[in-house]
Design a protein around this ligand. Structure first.
Ligand code: ARG
Length: 299
């Protein structure tokens, strides 16, 4: 089957998900050290009024707490050194899309970041993956913008991607990604600027359950989500915005790590058999990021 970008419910209805090749899930976690993390400009609405307000000491403590939490779940955490002048490099979800072919070759597809300072992060990640035997894919200029696992999220255990577009990634990027990786991409338009990356409003919890903030999507795109996930758990605007409740990380099918304080979301997760672990990422919320953005899963 030719890999394609799927934009409508009718197109999705023709996709045979069960027939798609399997994908091994990565189990290790890559984080980038936070010593140069700062808010120096406004790249997204959450950063408004936050320039110069990051408490460096707190940011390091929160990053360490998150790292320890990942370790406690039994996952190996590997770190990459943050670089001076690259204030957002700590958001390790964004610089690459990490995958593995059905034949077992790990690869990364490099992002085309929207902001100049973030474009300079990508070569550090490239070098890191290259030296560990990952195959490197790049996009051409026509792709314009693509921000890795900020916007591209794998469907569980399948060679199938969900791709958010409209703010930091383009549909043209997904056309290239589908063609390059031979993986279909279900494109979801992000219609609210507060939810500028797909990982701010869509969190895959297991093979049949997803956590979303519905207001970030069109009605048709919500129907596409509901077609592939039999349980769609929804987060309120307050918890999605204030706590970044959808920017969570699900590990091992049951554990869900998320920012502290999303009371309704925590109760909802428990009611559906998940074990939420709450952590504090308040300094990173000032930059429009939380748990999910602060790592990428690697092989
Ligand atoms: N300040 C960063 C930016 O606007 C935050 C990135 C957060 N990452 C994410 N995957 N949502 O680019």
């Amino acid at each position: 089957m030719k890999a394609q970008v799927i934009r409508t419910f009718a197109e999705l209805a023709r996709l045979e998900v069960a027939a798609l090749p399997p994908r091994r899930e990565p189990q290790r976690i890559l984080m980038c050290t936070p010593e140069y993390f700062e808010v120096v400009d406004v790249k997204n609405p959450h950063m408004e009024g936050k320039i110069g307000t990051v408490d460096q000491r707190k940011a390091v403590v929160q990053w360490e707490e998150l790292r320890r939490t990942f370790l406690q779940t039994g996952h190996e955490v590997v770190t990459l050194a943050g670089q001076e002048g690259l204030e957002d490099m700590v958001f390790a979800a964004n610089q690459t899309l990490v995958g593995m072919t059905a034949e077992g070759q790990p690869y990364v597809l490099l992002s085309c970041m929207t902001h100049a300072s973030r474009q300079r992060e990508v070569p550090y990640y490239r070098k890191w993956f290259e030296s560990r035997g990952y195959h490197i894919y790049t996009l051409t200029k026509e792709a314009e913008r693509f921000e890795g696992h900020g916007d591209a999220l794998w469907h569980p255990a399948k060679q199938l991607l969900w791709g958010g577009y409209g703010h930091r990634s383009t549909l043209a990027a997904y056309e290239q990604i589908a063609a390059t990786l031979h993986v279909p991409v279900i494109a979801l338009e992000l219609i609210d600027p507060n939810f500028y990356h797909l990982d701010t409003c869509f969190c895959v919890l297991s093979d049949d359950t997803v956590l979303i903030y519905p207001g970030a999507f069109t009605v048709e795109d919500r129907a596409m989500i509901a077609r592939l996930f039999s349980h769609v758990l929804t987060v309120s605007a307050a918890e999605a915005t204030r706590c970044f409740a959808c920017n969570a990380v699900a590990l091992d099918a049951h554990t869900v790590i998320l920012q502290r304080g999303a009371r309704e979301t925590v109760a909802l997760l428990r009611a559906h058999g998940f074990t939420p672990i709450e952590v504090e990422t308040g300094e990173y919320l000032k930059s429009g990021g939380s748990v999910f953005c602060m790592k990428t899963m690697i092989y």
